[in-house]
Design a protein around this ligand. Sequence first.
Ligand code: GLU
Length: 298
Amino acid sequence: MPVGRYAPSPTGSLHLGNLRTALVAWLAARVDGSAFLLRSEDLDPASRPEHEAAQQADLAALGLDWDGPVVRQSERRDLYEDAIGRLTTAGLTYPCFCTRREIQDATRAPHGVAPDGAYPGTCRALTHADRAVHQATGRPPALRLRGGAARVEVVDALAGRVSGLVDDVVLRRNDGLPAYNLVVVVDDAAQGVGEVVRGDDLLGSTPRQVHLARRLGLSVPTYLHVPLVLGPDGARLAKRHGAATLAKLGGDEVRALLSRSLGLAAEGEPTDLPTLLGRFSRDRLPREPWVLRDLGPG
Ligand code: GLU
């Protein structure tokens, strides 16, 4: 059976943009008769069980359901370490001792073909002796992938062809936590996810995720990145634009608002989930950000 998913980080409440993406992810899965999984990306130290519970309550308030128990990344560390081990055995990783500051300074200097903000490769060719010097300082290293500046093209259902250079992405942070780009690839493959639906702030990371999946011999899903929601000032939405709106308007009203923003209903038309499923088509989703005009203070 095909599988879709929604994978929020429980670091706060879901804002309207998150809820809108969740609605699209649910519709895309259910319109195909796919399973729909909820995954809690709770490796971030700012994750809290109460945020996870509130996020689930907010999704349920919209009428969204999911199959099986919620999977928590914090309970799957072995899986991620196994993937890191395989990349390391293949000679595709190296320890990186750089501080954030050092990386910032180094990326300000021109460095040829690497993508903007990419790691400039300072630690890529350290000798054993260099490493020993760093290790002696006691500061634990991060672990990076040898990305080889591969160019990877992704075809997104809404954004079309997106091509990106794969930098030496972090696999394990220097606090020991496996990094987002790795865990998302491992989990989507392990859970059999066929289509990834998420906010388009992650579109730029997709080529490196596809590269990682290929390096690990894992299946590569298809992608649909939903354009973000912007506040009236054109800035990205704050978390408060969601929970407060739900509390104020209720789940049915918020689903109606989101449905209209997705072109699935006109003012006054029904927006129950069966009706939305009857109208949903990936091709007709808006490709521009949704600018909220008059939500007031949330
Ligand atoms: N956990 C990520 C977020 O909340 C989403 C990751 C994904 O869908 O790939 O932004």
